[in-house]
Write a protein that binds this ligand. Structure first.
Ligand SMILES: CC(C)(COP(=O)(O)OP(=O)(O)OC[C@H]1O[C@@H](n2cnc3c(N)ncnc32)[C@H](O)[C@@H]1OP(=O)(O)O)[C@@H](O)C(=O)NCCC(=O)NCCS
Length: 184
């Protein structure tokens, strides 16, 4: 088995845009996700954001983006974000890069007093990092998730007990607030 190797993670700034879009395109194998990330990075309603790049030496191999969401109908005052997307290029997959990016992004979110982080993603992957199905907890996605995909809508609490005190409907940045992003 290949040994798990250390990757460097740094905050992505404007000068890293090319590297970010490269990673997104190569990881997903098409342009759509890179275009989404480009739009989110320029979307004032997405801010504050957490955008991190993972490097293998000087090569960008992974990217994670967290953007702001509002929990409509919630009165607890909890701040929340959504993780979308996470991307690791094929050559670097299954070596811990995705996990390292998630852990560092959640650490930074907690430092910024974020209480909840949502994700719509692989239901067998994100629970490894503490995410739980969110729909039946009264934390609804912006658009209805088909019952067969209900497990893909997940939440992670960054302080114990927050999930019990929060409820509402997640409202994303304008870029993500379109039904086509919630169909798959
Ligand atoms: C999904 C993705 C981000 C995972 O990143 P990664 O760096 O390869 O993942 P890690 O190395 O941290 O974790 C690897 C483990 O997760 C598992 N895993 C990877 N992708 C998975 C998936 N889609 N569903 C379930 N488990 C998955 C692996 O089997 C491996 O398991 P093991 O530790 O038991 O061997 C990466 O494969 C990727 O970018 N895929 C294409 C884009 C994508 O689907 N992004 C996610 C959008 S929600």
């Amino acid at each position: 088995m290949e040994s798990k190797k250390k990757y460097q993670i740094k905050e992505a700034d404007k000068s890293d845009l090319k590297a970010v879009l490269y990673v997104e395109k190569v990881a997903f194998g098409y342009e759509k996700e890179a275009e989404l990330v480009n739009d989110l990075l320029g979307d004032p309603t997405a801010k504050p954001i957490i955008s991190l790049l993972a490097f293998d030496d000087d090569e960008p191999v992974g990217h994670i983006l967290l953007t702001k969401v509002i929990l409509e109908g919630d009165t607890s005052g909890i701040s929340a974000m959504i993780l979308a997307p996470l991307a690791v290029i094929p050559e670097a997959q299954n070596k811990g890069v995705g996990g390292a990016l998630i852990r560092e992004a959640l650490r930074q979110a907690a430092q910024q007093n974020i209480g909840l982080v949502f994700v719509l993603g692989h239901p067998d992957y994100y629970p490894r990092h503490g995410f739980r199905p969110a729909g039946h907890l009264g934390l609804d996605a912006p658009y209805p998730i088909p019952p067969e995909n209900a497990g893909a809508w997940m939440v992670m609490e960054l302080r114990p007990g927050l999930i019990d005190s929060a409820h509402g409907v997640v409202k994303c940045a304008a870029t993500l607030d379109r039904p086509e992003h919630w169909r798959e």
